[in-house]
Design a protein around this ligand. Structure first.
Ligand SMILES: [Cu+2]
Length: 304
């Protein structure tokens, strides 16, 4: 009946239209019933009220009919939902990481991207991880949405059935730049996908390891390298500069040396740069290795 961009579209849309259809019948029925009764039992025609005390038949009827209707709607909802929770064994595994405020997708061969590339007509299983707060991976065109909760390894799967690009959104309010947490899923023909998968990670040869690490970790969702302000301060001219930071409510001046940068990654809220919101950045622990921090520092040094 419905054709869509994933194998779930039919079931979900059917449940949606069944529920909307039943609601619509009731809306029309109740509205006209109200009008009819208010004319029929008008005060002018019936000046004295005659209340009905008990009507067993009516009570049975208004218990049985809604029960059947609710079970009817439940059936369609369940039928549409069950395949989403039945994971096929031959699915491709992709790890999706949500963080404030970007998505990244990592493949079995270590390749990663901020855009989700998938082959057509092939089951794709997404393992969901959060680096900080609760996010929700939402692909409206595929009719799927799943919470991304720190400490809980949620998962979802889908089979894309139409080539093209579809939006990915975060559907759980996760802070200041929640609305910027968008990406795309690109559905490719199988051969094109395989070719993409097997080409080495496109690495900008001119880029320093620190720059690549920052892109992968997602630092650039909040910090720029060109001096412009996002949620957090820019990296431009950072290294070696004097910074006014708020420590325990007091503004002090510190030098942005290596320890300062390490501390800003590991314990960002112990020294927030004056004028920037407090407690926005999560503490990065095992999400960033010491080696990566070293690379990041080397890169920041070059941003004069
Ligand atoms: Cu989010």
């Amino acid at each position: 009946m419905f054709s869509g961009s994933s194998s779930f579209v039919e079931g979900v849309d059917l449940a949606f239209f069944v529920i909307i259809g039943i609601s619509l019948i009731f809306l029309i029925g109740i509205t006209f019933g109200m009008i009819y009764f208010s004319i029929k039992y008008n005060k002018k025609k019936h000046p004295k009220a005659e209340p009905t005390v008990e009507n067993t038949k009516l009570e049975i009827l208004w218990t049985v009919i809604p029960t059947i209707l609710v079970l009817f709607m439940f059936y369609f909802g369940w039928a549409g939902y069950r395949p989403m929770r039945t994971f096929p064994d031959d699915a491709i595994n992709i790890k999706a990481t949500g963080k404030m405020w970007a998505w990244s997708f990592e493949y079995e061969n270590g390749k990663w991207d901020s855009v989700l590339y998938v082959p057509i007509n092939k089951a794709v299983k997404i393992n969901l991880y959060s680096m900080d707060v609760i996010h929700s991976l939402y692909i409206p065109a595929f009719r799927i949405k799943e919470d991304v909760v720190p400490g809980i390894n949620n998962k979802m799967w889908f089979k894309a059935e139409k080539l093209g690009q579809y939006n990915i959104l975060c559907a759980e309010y996760c802070g200041l730049r929640h609305s910027y947490m968008m990406s795309k899923v690109v559905v490719l023909p199988e051969a094109e996908y395989t070719a993409w998968y097997n080409t080495k990670q496109k690495v900008d040869l001119n880029a320093m390891p620190g720059e690549l690490a920052m892109k992968k970790i997602g630092c650039v969702a909040c910090h720029t390298t060109d001096g412009s302000k996002l949620v957090g301060p820019s990296y431009k001219g950072l290294f070696g500069s004097m910074r006014k930071v708020v420590v325990d409510g007091k503004v002090i001046e510190v030098k942005a040396d290596e320890d300062y940068i390490i501390n800003s990654i590991r314990k960002p809220n112990s020294q927030v740069v004056e004028g920037f919101p407090k407690a926005v950045m999560p503490e990065y622990k095992d999400q960033v290795t010491d080696e990566e921090i070293k690379q990041i520092i080397e890169y920041i040094k070059t941003l004069k």
